[in-house]
Ligand binder design. Structure first.
Ligand code: SAM
Ligand code: SF4
Length: 447
């Protein structure tokens, strides 16, 4: 056991990385480490990296350069780098060479073995590296969650889709579903501990259960979890338009706890580009799914991811993306400029859209999406919505912030004691990225 030692973590990237960090915290607390908000106070610093875009990798390199002085200040400090970036062998080699003061380099597959690596680092004079692929589902590992009322619950690890631009299948391995009953057990425990909201996570949640016995899939999981007492909200991320089923839409309509929000990445509105991206669906298929959602769950929010400047994207292809944005009217879109990733098939294609055109396209897309998002939010003015209060607003510390079932942020005035509670708000004003509301009352439940 380690007593009186402090650790700090810095996490980049997606919710799966956030969930991994919570496991890391669990493992370290079990060893006797205490968390500190200040890296200056820490004896151990772990960085959880992202490799999805070049920019994310550059941020980590800059940070590692700056950490040279942190490491030098106290000789027995330990610096570790994990996550998607270090899972790539050549990147692990680069980190080892460029930043020799890094003590541990570990990949996504080695998370569970971090305590062993830590022990090894204490005894070794050189960098300890473990980036071997080990296919586990991390059952039974301790988790120290950041929030006491919202929980990430990974249900499927890895990805088999191999979209031509994406590094994820190379750094997180093949799809493997968690045990159906273990997930239910975990969520029941979360309910007993007072959690209000859970988000089921996977790179492609619709793939959940493909490797499990018949009848164990996302729809049946949602049905089971909907019965867990004291959990009020269930979310799931991310859906893939190829595997997304109408059954999931029906579950959202029928199951009272499953929230009315679909995150369904479109990536491009051009059939030609979708094919080059190896996405496995067409504009027509995507539009049919959206029509079905709008028919069955009209109040649902639909959000998406879009990439501009993919190799070979012409003005016509981009116009088709804009056409989908107009037709569908997404509540929000995460927009990205294409970034070539090593090992991926797209990296071998000519990156022929000029930086100026990429910039022009993304600006046009962001501006139009902003208007659409605001127009959709305006329709909510005057309505009464339930939010789960997340705490003090980052933009205005006089206000609290909460999320609607459709995942929209609402700022409102109220006592900080409402954090973690469900409240009813009257929506007064729509802004581009959030809504302004007025507290009506706290929701009470008999459990
Ligand atoms: N599994 C999810 C899916 O298929 O939509 C999301 C995975 S990825 C972590 C999140 C988003 O990053 C993707 O939806 C895509 O829009 C974007 N992305 C992935 N690779 C990219 C690349 N090479 N360049 C730009 N954006 C990329
Ligand atoms: Fe990447 Fe495609 Fe898998 Fe999403 S579905 S993680 S974009 S390969």
């Amino acid at each position: 056991m380690v007593f009186g030692k402090y650790y700090h973590t810095i996490t980049f990237g997606c919710q799966m990385n956030e969930a991994d960090t919570e496991v890391l915290h669990g493992l370290l607390e079990a060893l006797g480490f205490c968390y500190t908000e200040l890296k200056e106070e820490a004896d151990l610093l772990v960085i959880v990296t992202c490799a999805v875009r070049q920019k994310a990798e550059e941020k980590v390199s800059t940070l590692l350069g700056r950490l040279r002085s942190w490491k030098k200040e106290k000789t027995d400090r330990i610096l570790a780098v994990g996550g998607c970036m270090s899972q790539q062998e050549e990147v692990a080699d680069y980190i080892k060479r460029k930043f020799p003061y890094v003590d541990i380099i570990f990949g996504t597959h080695s998370l569970a073995y971090f305590p062993d690596l830590l022990k090894e680092a204490g005894e070794s004079k050189t960098t300890v590296v473990d980036v071997e692929e080990k296919y586990t589902t991390r059952e039974g590992l301790p988790v120290q969650r950041k929030s006491s009322f919202q929980a990430w619950v990974p249900i499927v690890y890895g990805c088999n889709n191999f979209c031509s631009y994406c590094v994820v299948p190379y750094v997180r391995g093949r799809e493997r579903s968690r045990n159906f009953h273990e997930i239910i057990k975990e969520v029941r425990k979360l309910g007993q501990e007072g959690y209000r909201e859970i988000t089921l996570l996977g790179q492609n949640v619709d793939a959940y259960g493909k490797d499990l016995p018949e009848g164990q899939d996302l729809v049946s999981l949602l049905q089971e979890l909907n019965q867990v007492e004291s959990i009020n909200r269930i979310r799931f991320l991310t859906s893939h338009p190829r595997d997304f089923s109408k059954g999931i839409v029906c579950s959202v309509a029928e199951l009272d706890k499953v929230c009315e929000h679909f995150h369904l990445p479109l990536q491009s509105g051009s059939n030609r580009i979708l094919k080059k991206m190896n996405r496995g669906y067409s504009r027509k298929h995507y539009l049919e799914l959206v029509d079905y959602i709008k028919d069955i769950v009209p109040e649902a929010a639909i959000t998406t991811d879009l990439i501009v400047g993919f190799p070979g994207e012409t003005e016509e292809d981009f116009t088709e993306t804009m056409d989908m944005v107009e037709k569908i009217r997404f509540d929000a879109a995460y927009t990205f400029v294409y970034s070539p990733r090593r090992k991926t098939p797209a990296a071998k294609m000519e990156d022929d859209v000029s930086p100026d055109i990429k910039k022009e396209r993304i600006m046009h897309l962001v501006e139009r999406q902003k208007e659409i998002g605001w127009e959709i939010n305006c329709n909510l003015e005057g309505s009464t919505l339930e939010v789960l209060v997340e705490g003090v607003s980052k933009e205005d510390n006089e206000k609290l912030t909460g999320r609607t079932r459709t995942n929209k942020l609402v700022h409102f005035e109220g006592p900080s004691s409402l954090k973690g509670k469900l409240c009813l708000l009257k929506i007064n004003q729509a802004k581009t990225w959030h809504l302004q509301g007025e507290l009506l009352r706290e929701q009470t439940f008999t459990v």
